[in-house]
Design a binder for this molecule. Sequence first.
Ligand code: CTP
Length: 419
Amino acid sequence: MNDTQLSSPGATAAPLEDRRVLLGVCGGIAAYKSAELTRALVREGARVQVVMTEAATRLVQPLTFEVLSTRPVACDMWQTAPGTRIQHTDHGRQSDLIIIAPATANTIGRIAGGLADNLLTSLVMASRTPVLLAPAMNVEMWSNPLVQENLARLTNLARYHVVPPESGELACGVDGAGRLAPIDQIMDDARRLLSPQDLAGRFVLVTAGPTYEPFDPVRFVGNHSTGLMGYALAAAAQLRGARVVLISGPTALNPPRGVEVVSVTTAIEMRAEVMTRLAEADMLAMVAAVSDYRPTARATAKIHKTSGDKEIRLALNPDILAEVGSLETRPLTLGFAAETEDVVAAAHRKRAAKNVDFLFGNLVGGGRGGFACRKNSGVLVDRSGTQESFPLVDKAELAHALLDRLAPRLATRTPEEVT
Ligand code: CTP
C-alpha cells in the first residue's frame, strides 16, 4: 500500500470554520476589544456579521469592524441594502451563533425584558440562534441585583449563555468585577457552543508530549515532540462535552481550558498514570511520543567528562498502548505514529501489532507537518482495514476531524472491539 491508494481526503471540521457568527457590539468602553474578537473569529474561519448599537458607534467607528470582518456593519434597523430583505429577521436567522460582546446592562435588560427596540435586540428576538453574552460594565452596575436578575432570567432559558466578566482595573478607575472576559475565553465558549456534544458524559484519556528518560540529574534521552497534537485533541474532546484528563510529558504548553493535566516525565510514570484511570475511560488517545528506551542506570550526581567515548546502556520501556491492547476490556483506543517513510504500511502494521481500534500515521519532516509545527496531515487506519487520508491542516482542526470519526464508534462498539 502507498499514499496514492488512499481514499478521498477526509472532511475536516474546526468548530468555527465557515460558521456564521453574528457579533453584537454594544456601547461599553470594552467595545474596542471586540475588534480583537472579530479578528480572532475571522482567523478561525468564521463568517462574521457585526451589528453595532448606536451607542457602540460613538465609541468605535463601524469602519474598524467593516475592515476586520470584510462585511458592511449593520447598525440601523430602518436601513436595508438594495435587494435584501428585512435585516432584523435575516441576520439573526442566518447565524449559527450570536455573540454579544460587550453586553451592556442596558442591552441585557432589554433582551430580558422582551424588548426589540433596535437592530440588535430585534434580531435576537426574531431568531432561535444560541446567544453568548459577554457582559462588561462598571462594578456597581455588574453587582446591581436588577442586572443579575436579568441575566438569571436569560440563562434560565437554554438559548442564552454567559461568559462572566473578570475582576481587575476598570475604565472608571476602580478595581472590581466588570472587565470583559479575555478574548481567549470568549473564543473557547464560542467554539464549545458550535461543537457537536457527541462526547457528553464520556471520559477521555489523552497522553501528549515526549517522555524524558534521565541518566543523571541534568541529562536525559528524549525526542522533539512539543505536545501540540495531544493538547489539541484534549481541547477538542473537552469542547465536545467530554471530561478529559491529559497525561502530559514535559512541554511548554498551557493546559487547555477545562482539562485536568497530570504532568509526568518518564514512560514508566506515564504508564502508571494511564493504568490508574483506564478502567473508567471511554476513550484513550495515546498521542505521546513515548521513549522506547530508558538508560539502565541513573547516576545520582552529574556525570563528568572523561577522555574517550562513553556509552549509555538502554533498557526497553513498557509499550503502554500495546499493553492496553492486550487487556481483556479496554476503552476505544487511538494510537499515533510519526514516520519518516512508508507511513501507510507502518500505520496498518502498528495498529494490528498493538491491537488498537484506530491509528493515525503521519510523515514528519519535509514540510509535511508533524513534530514541532502547528499543522499535521496523515492517514487514519482502523480495524476493518479502512484508511482515510487527512490533508495538511491546523492541529486543532485535525483533532476535531479525528473525533468526528471516533465519537460515533463509542456507541457502536462490538463485543470483539471491547475485549
Ligand atoms: N507507544 C506507547 N508506548 C511506547 C511506545 C509507543 O504507548 N513505549 C504508543 C505511542 O504513544 C503511539 C504508538 O504507540 O500511540 C506508536 O508509537 P511509535 O513510537 O510509532 O511505535 P513503536 O512501537 O515505538 O515503533 P517504532 O519502532 O517506530 O518506534
